[in-house]
Design a protein around this ligand. Structure first.
Ligand code: PRX
Length: 602
């Protein structure tokens, strides 16, 4: 049996932070318990012992014969439950322009687009991708696609041609919905996308359309506002989201319509959404948080959501909270660290009195940020843990429980999480191991698109879903994140596969070989660092390194370029020629590299 370390050594964390993550005693000493209102879930222990997902299903509207549609639950049902004229979406443009759409308006707009998609031949199961910034059409399109039973593919608007090609090619996408500023990226790779039939462009004139393009506004103008929501099998796909692993191209994670049960219950318990809340999820729907907790979950509860198109800016964010009187705010550790860096004065220059609940996800949330949040916002920040694959929050600091700063919280009712060794044996409290979950929660990934073997890798030991994260659990059942078990990089909460960055690097003519790792960074959690070998004796220079970075930004994505590049004469490889990223990481962190004579293929 291969044992996992008993004394966790987190190589991906700065030493100072390590202590607080690994000291059960310290963890017990500091508890934060302060929640300003009555929470939706008041008694964790009872719910944990008694709740089953069938109880959750009772809160979801099903059609005859057990059919369901996530979009019906997110939008249509609010036309008959008194929320018809309630604001569903506040959109704030990059220029500050504010628009509001009620549930009725979203319903009609989505129906029009759904009808238009059907009219151009889109059928149940077809893949329709949305490549837009955070504008109203992004939300409307996601609902429209789900309503007609097609599979929605969210795309981050900063993606470059390589990232787009990987996703659109593998999924055999039929339609992409985009805008005039982004459409050229699709045209540039169109020749590699034989299945792509239409590019639907928002905010465009008919006269500006080119080959394969259709105007969004012309399509919907002709379409009816009446559309029957497609009754789906609970196991039918809802959305397809690509995410990165250690090896190979991004994998298409398939989620299904019954995920809505998990979206609904977790938005109720963890986000604690109530009818008078104004809720802002800062994540882009190109990432799982933005799709699940920016669209389906909060709308299933009938909450008013805020979508902000602009970039991060401390004063701008606080202004937005004040302007729209945001009450529940779901954001990420990097953003919170950047806000902390922006200082306390900027907080006090705005009225944040509307805020009642702050949450964070995507990367480790430093205890000092939680303490700072208590000081300046007067509120604890509730960290929670989940993944693209889990499709919903699984471990969380619930409003009804005390927070231990630095911990991700406890498993939600209906979720059994554990720490195991490599054989799947459960470990004692305080021992570092693999974070696993008992399969069966409603939003669990159902497959990996056209890659069953990859799907089965998550379940290598029957009875457990392996998350790929290392963690430990304390005696009171709180989970503490330690690091990834693999080479996946988490930069500013964005999951990046080293292979994708290495592939982009070697596309540059000056780069012969590349190895990429995550390097600990105080603000971004990790930054991407590349080790490269120059091609054909090219002389390295600062200008060339900048050009290589730009090349990665342009072709792959603005978030996935190496902020640091180090030139080497050669890179350490296994006998079969695989670059040893673990050794690169050890070099970077000044850790012992072990016996290099036995480089093996792991
Ligand atoms: O390593 C964990 C980290 O983010 C990974 C999942 O990334 P992604 O699929 O992009 O989903 C992010 C948003 C749900 C996890 O495997 N992660 C997520 N939440 C936390 C976290 N690391 C530490 N603390 C968290 N709360």
């Amino acid at each position: 049996m291969k044992l996992v370390e008993k004394n966790p050594k987190d190589s991906s964390k700065p030493a100072k932070e390590k202590e607080s993550h690994h000291t059960p005693k310290g963890a017990k000493r500091e508890l934060i318990k302060k929640f300003p209102v009555r929470c939706n879930l008041e008694d964790y222990e009872t719910a944990y012992n008694e709740f089953t997902w069938d109880d959750g299903r009772k809160e979801i509207s099903y059609f005859a014969g057990g059919k369901v549609n996530a979009a019906y639950n997110a939008v249509d049902r609010h036309l008959v439950d008194g929320r018809k004229n309630k604001v569903a979406l506040y959109t704030v443009g990059a220029d500050g322009a504010l628009n509001k759409l009620t549930f009725l308006e979203i319903y009609e707009a989505a129906n029009r687009l759904g009808n238009a998609l059907k009219a151009i031949g889109i059928k149940k199961g077809d893949r329709v991708f949305v490549f837009l910034p955070r504008v109203a059409e992004l939300y409307i399109a996601t609902i429209a696609i789900a309503k007609i039973g097609a599979i929605a593919g969210p795309l981050f608007s900063a993606f470059g041609p390589d990232a787009l090609r990987d996703r659109l090619q593998d999924s055999e996408a039929k339609v992409v919905i985009t805008n005039p500023a982004l459409k050229d990226k699709i045209h540039g790779i169109k020749k590699d996308l034989p299945d792509l039939e239409h590019i639907i462009v928002v905010d465009t004139d008919e006269k500006d359309l080119i080959k394969n393009e259709l105007s969004y506004s012309s399509l919907v103008a002709k379409a009816s506002t009446e559309l029957k929501c497609e009754p789906m099998d609970p196991e039918d796909p809802l959305y397809l989201l690509y995410t990165s692993g250690t090896t190979g191209k991004p994998k298409g994670v398939i989620h299904v319509h019954e995920d809505i049960v998990g979206h609904h219950m977790t938005s109720k318990w963890v986000l604690d959404l109530k009818d008078d809340d104004i809720y802002w999820c800062t994540a882009d729907p190109g990432w799982v948080t933005g799709t699940v907790y920016g669209i389906f979950g909060p709308w299933s509860l009938g909450a008013s959501c805020v979508s902000y198109e602009g970039r991060f800016d401390a004063a701008g964010w606080y202004q937005l909270i004040d302007r729209l009187k945001v009450t529940v705010w779901y954001t990420a550790p990097t953003a919170l660290r950047m806000l902390m860096k922006a200082g306390d004065d900027v907080v006090y220059q705005h009225s944040l009195s509307s805020l009642r609940h702050v949450l964070s996800v995507g990367e480790p949330l430093n205890p000092e940020v939680v303490r700072w949040g208590m000081k300046v916002y007067g509120l604890p920040i509730h960290d929670n843990w989940w993944q693209t694959e889990t499709g919903m929050q699984l471990i969380a600091n619930l409003p009804c429980n005390a927070i231990k700063p630095g911990s991700m919280g406890k498993p939600l009712p209906g979720v059994y999480a554990a720490i195991v060794d490599d054989d799947g044996e459960e470990l004692e409290a305080g021992e570092l191991g693999r974070l696993v979950v008992r399969p069966g929660w409603p939003a669990m990934l159902r497959t990996v698109w056209r890659n069953e073997p990859k799907f089965h890798e998550y379940f290598k030991i029957p009875g457990w879903y392996f998350s790929g994260d290392n963690a430990w659990k304390d005696e009171e059942g709180y989970f503490w994140f330690v690091g990834r078990a693999d080479d996946v990089i988490n930069t500013s909460g964005h999951r990046v596969g080293p292979f994708e960055v290495e592939s982009a690097l070697v596309e540059h003519p000056a780069v012969a070989e590349a190895g990429v790792i995550g390097k600990p960074d105080k603000e971004r959690g990790e930054i991407i660092k590349a080790f490269i070998v120059m091609a054909n004796d090219t002389a390295p220079s600062d200008a060339l390194m900048e050009e290589i970075k730009e090349h990665c930004k342009r072709t792959l994505s603005a978030h996935a370029y190496p902020r640091e590049i180090e030139v080497k004469d050669s890179l350490p490889k296994t006998r079969s020629g695989k670059i040893m990223r673990r050794l690169l990481k050890a070099w970077e962190l000044g850790l012992p590299t072990g016996d290099l004579s036995s480089l093996d293929d792991d």
